[in-house]
Design a binder for this molecule. Structure first.
Ligand SMILES: Cc1cc2nc3c(=O)[nH]c(=O)nc-3n(C[C@H](O)[C@H](O)[C@H](O)COP(=O)(O)O)c2cc1C
Length: 186
């Protein structure tokens, strides 16, 4: 009679060991984001809180002007950068100290014309590193993350990408659950 109970208990302990993350071995996480009008900023702030991550704002050297708001304006800088008729790696103002220590990078951005803003590409070129896992997230009016993510993956094939998501209107609990869905092995 005792053997089956012991076996069941051992199995339960084994499963617990496999499903719970060891705090000491938890990955170092950085939430890096660019936000023009504040929507992505708010998601990034909550995400950093619930994941106990470092929050880093990607600040373009030259701020985007009011013309950015009108995304039908073909003369706007954002339009020209995204469509490839202006330099496509806008410089970043600050530096991320100790970038190499982050095992996981959550990279957030607003979708601009179906793609990540070019300043995200500048950031990845400068700071993403080998062995790091990168999870993209976006906010948008309606676009999913798919076309932005596909372009990033094609531009940076050496990065260890995980499939990201559009995170508009998520609660803190939902954001935490989203992050945890990637598991302990990040
Ligand atoms: C220049 C520009 C281009 C945009 N392109 C798209 C788009 O292709 N698809 C979409 O759903 N929303 C688009 N939007 C809307 C933004 O992605 C959306 O409002 C986002 O949540 C803003 O985030 P932010 O406040 O962090 O800048 C665009 C907005 C701007 C300013």
């Amino acid at each position: 009679m005792k053997k089956p109970i012991l076996l069941a208990l051992s199995l339960m302990l084994l499963m617990l060991g496999l499903t719970s993350c060891n705090k000491d071995q938890d990955a170092k996480v950085c939430v890096a984001y660019f936000s023009y009008s504040g929507v992505t900023k708010s998601v990034a702030e909550t995400l950093a809180q619930v994941t106990d991550a470092t929050l880093y704002e990607i600040v373009p050297e030259e701020a985007y002007g009011d013309d950015t708001m009108n995304y039908n304006d073909e003369n706007a800088r954002a339009f020209k950068e995204q469509m490839g008729t202006a330099p496509q790696r806008p410089a970043i103002k600050k530096t991320l100290k100790g970038a190499k220590k982050y095992d996981v990078l959550l990279i957030g951005f607003p979708v601009w014309y179906g793609k990540a803003p070019r300043v995200i590409l500048t950031f990845l070129e400068e700071y993403a590193h080998e062995g790091q896992t990168v999870i993209p997230f976006c906010t948008s009016d309606s676009s999913t993350i798919d076309s932005s993510e596909n372009e990033l993956k094609a531009t940076f094939p050496a990065i260890n990408w995980r499939h990201g998501d559009r995170l508009n209107d998520k609660t803190a609990v939902q954001l935490q659950a989203w992050f945890e869905s990637f598991g302990c092995g990040l």
